[in-house]
Design a binder for this molecule. Structure first.
Ligand code: TYM
Length: 376
């Protein structure tokens, strides 16, 4: 394989590789960029802007303006996001969830959260159904640990809750041709038919509020852009079923700790899981790819490159709230005034502090998990 082929961008719900060109994704997926004007409009409702908006980590959308138009006329919306439980949660997954919590707090909306144990079972060759279900309950603890409350957070565990989902899934499936599904998801002759039907299930929570609460309102979906293909199909069908088209707000991918690529559970050495212990985090961060030079002397003379540095990106996405301090770190790195070891040590301390708290909250969440189960 040539270097060019290795770097070739692939972004699907099941695979992200190569250098991700976000501008190109906006063009190819046919989404809209998040403009300054839209950001100002959001700020009118939220007051402070979340760092993921200020730093344009959420960079693209579909119909966010429409949702805001409706909201301003008094039509509320619900939030919808989810997780495919094939293993432990990593800190990349937290990126859209932390943002979802911010939207929920600011707009006072209900969240539907889908745990797709069925998806992971049909997609992953080796995964057993019981394992996927179990990861689903374990992963739900991570969501709860972020501060979501059972009053306005409704979790759907697909296998457990299929009775609630099935009629809407059938309506969606009946209106989706194999040819559309194949061209959207790249299905092959060898793809199992469980997987081929499955996208109809991910569409359902876009519409579930009408069934559960009797109100037909739009859903807004915060997620990384890999999930977008689902919404293309769902948006085409929504009006045929009498629902609003679901809106999306898309984020970039938190990179893994290696060179290139998103954080991905399939590469455990370059991913930080929420259940990782401090020594493990220390080792992973110590081995991370940075924008540093080969020697300290060279780095002092020529400076480093924070743009390609994974460590710097972790400060940007999650671990440095203060924009001024972030800019200082950027400048110091470029001037050669700070060495990679210092950034790694600071990041490791911040991550381990965060994880110690998160892990305590996660354990406490076991006692209240059932309160989040969707009621019918
Ligand atoms: P899953 O489990 O692959 O990912 C869960 C969420 O995390 C996002 N994500 C990331 N965000 C930032 N940086 C990363 N490195 C990173 N890796 C993953 C994903 O975009 C997703 O938002 N099929 C879905 C489950 C699902 C869902 C949904 C997700 C069902 N309904 C609605 C979003 C919205 C899945 O397997 O997600």
């Amino acid at each position: 394989m040539t270097d060019e082929e290795k770097n070739e961008m692939v972004v699907t719900p099941w695979e992200v590789k190569g250098e991700v060109d976000y501008e190109r994704l906006i063009r190819e997926f046919g989404t809209q960029p998040i403009t300054d004007e839209l950001i100002e409009r959001i700020a009118k409702h939220t007051g402070e802007l979340h760092l993921q908006l200020r730093r344009r980590l959420f960079f693209s959308h579909r119909d966010l303006d429409v949702v805001l138009d409706l909201y301003e006329k008094g039509v509320k919306f619900v939030l919808y996001t989810g997780r495919g439980p094939s293993g432990p949660v990593h800190i990349g997954h937290l990126v859209p969830w932390v943002f979802t919590k911010y939207l929920q707090d600011k707009f006072k909306t209900r969240l539907y959260f889908q745990m797709t144990d069925d998806e992971k079972f049909v997609v992953e060759d080796e995964l057993k159904l019981d394992e996927a279900k179990n990861f689903g309950y374990e992963n739900a603890l991570d969501l709860i640990a972020l501060g979501f409350k059972p009053e306005d957070t409704f979790m759907i565990f697909d296998v457990k809750d299929i009775d609630l989902l099935y009629d809407i899934a059938l309506e969606v499936a009946k209106r989706t041709t194999y040819s559309t599904a194949r061209s959207t998801f790249g299905f092959q002759d060898s793809t199992n038919i469980g997987w081929i039907f499955w996208p109809a299930i991910q569409a359902v929570p876009c519409f579930i509020h009408a069934k559960v609460a009797g109100e037909n309102v739009p859903a807004l979906i915060p997620a990384a852009i890999d999930q977008d293909p689902y919404w293309r199909i769902t948006r085409d069908i929504a009006p045929k079923l009498g629902y609003y088209k679901p809106a999306q707000i898309h984020c970039r991918f938190l990179p893994g700790l290696g060179k290139g690529g998103k954080m991905s559970a399939s590469e455990p050495d370059t991913s930080i899981f929420t259940v990782d212990q401090p020594e493990v985090v220390k080792r992973k961060i110590w081995n991370a790819f940075t924008g540093g030079r080969a020697t300290v002397a060279e780095q002092k003379r020529l400076g480093g490159d924070p743009n390609i540095c994974t460590i710097f990106q972790y400060f940007v996405y999650l671990f440095e709230e203060d924009d001024k301090k972030l800019a200082e770190r950027d400048a110091k790195c470029k001037e050669g005034a700070i060495m990679c070891g210092e950034c790694k040590t600071e990041l490791r301390e911040r991550i381990n502090k965060f994880l110690a708290e998160h892990q305590k909250k996660r354990e406490k969440a076991r006692n209240i998990l059932e309160k989040f189960f969707i009621k019918r």
